[in-house]
Design a protein around this ligand. Structure first.
Ligand code: TF8
Length: 334
């Protein structure tokens, strides 16, 4: 009996010793497409995510990032994920409302008051509820990364009050809620893919666009704009999406590593944005743009006048979804 035990132990030992390292991992080349450029903090996030994946997979899970819309814009890349021909994309939620209307909840003007509460909602119960909806349309959301609070830039005049929006030709994302928000403000809103924005501003096909400072900086929009107003009218998250068709073929260990490392990357990316925000604004100022802030009264006025957009899009987003996010926010704000 003793001998037998010893023999089995020896065999078991031999097996462990000869088993290849990281056997649960296969060599995977994961293409990650981005609309923004490599110097955006998403680049730092992907670097951190890769380091984490290297440790967990012994170098087998490799991310290859593509920048500046090289693999197509947000929507096009996301559709490639759904049909299983591309692995991953870092995209704004906003252009995806045609795929999952509930995502429109993040487009509601002035939904989040600050980044901290956005993180709580996105990384918590509500974020999970949205993840389930995404899974049902063939998309695995690994984590919510950050684009940030959006601000308005233009080439026509300083915008410091509601009336100043009147007639401005503002590019908005391909998203009805943004379209209505800006139409409601009196602007002449034009939906357009992100990849076309720079040249449309340069040729004055449009006067204005809205994006977070860091994106305005890294996509160089400041080079073709004169004024910027800190409107903070929306915080639209980035989603780190994976093709469900492809994800489902991965081993549980590979899936877990991707989920965990996407969160590691998220934290780095948010941190770098936090640090860069001020610097980006300084760079924009140094380039000669006039920077305006709204007075507290005007901010309140614009916010209150924008609330009609909530009612208008309630059914399309889903009243349950809007209620859920508002309930979670009021819980957080207690
Ligand atoms: C937009 C978005 C974009 C991002 C980027 C393409 O204005 O805010 O900045 O989705 O990844 O279209």
């Amino acid at each position: 009996m003793r001998k037998l035990l010893l023999a089995t132990t020896a065999i078991a030992f031999a097996c462990t010793a000869s088993a290849p390292a990281f056997a649960e991992f296969n060599d995977r080349n994961i293409r990650v497409s981005n609309g923004i450029n490599a110097d955006h903090p998403v680049g730092n996030g992907i670097e951190a995510m890769q380091k984490c994946l290297d440790e967990k997979s012994g170098g087998k899970l490799k991310l290859t990032a593509f920048w500046g819309g090289a693999l197509g814009g947000d929507l096009q890349a996301t559709q490639a994920l759904r049909s299983g021909v591309q692995e991953a994309v870092v995209t704004s939620s906003s252009p995806l409302v045609g795929i999952e209307p509930a995502l429109g909840v993040f487009d509601l003007p002035f939904l989040f008051a600050n980044a901290q509460e956005a993180y709580k909602v996105l990384d918590g119960k509500f974020g999970k509820m949205m993840d389930e909806k995404l899974a049902a349309v063939g998309l695995v959301n690994l984590a919510y990364w950050e684009n940030g609070f959006r601000n308005l830039s233009n080439s026509v005049r300083p915008v410091t009050k509601w009336e100043d929006f009147s007639g401005l030709k503002v590019r908005v994302m391909q998203n009805n809620i943004f379209l209505d928000t800006f139409q409601n403000l009196g602007a002449n809103a034009t939906p357009m893919a992100f990849g076309e924005v720079f040249s449309a501003l340069e040729t004055k096909t449009i006067d204005a666009q809205e994006n977070p400072y860091v994106t305005i900086d890294t996509s160089k929009f400041f080079e073709v704009q004169k004024y910027i107003t800190e409107t903070n009218h929306a915080y639209t998250p980035f989603l780190f999406l994976f093709s469900k068709a492809i994800f489902d073929t991965y081993t549980p260990e590979e899936q877990a590593a991707l989920r965990e490392c996407a969160v590691v990357g998220r934290d780095v990316e948010r941190q770098v944005i936090g640090d860069l925000n001020k610097k980006s604004l300084e760079k924009i100022k140094a380039a000669g743009l006039e920077v305006n802030v709204l007075s507290p009264e005007e901010q309140t006025r614009i916010r209150e006048k924008s609330m009609v957009v909530y009612q208008k899009h309630m059914d399309e987003i889903g009243a349950d979804v809007v209620d859920a996010v508002l309930a979670e926010l009021s819980e957080i704000r207690k």
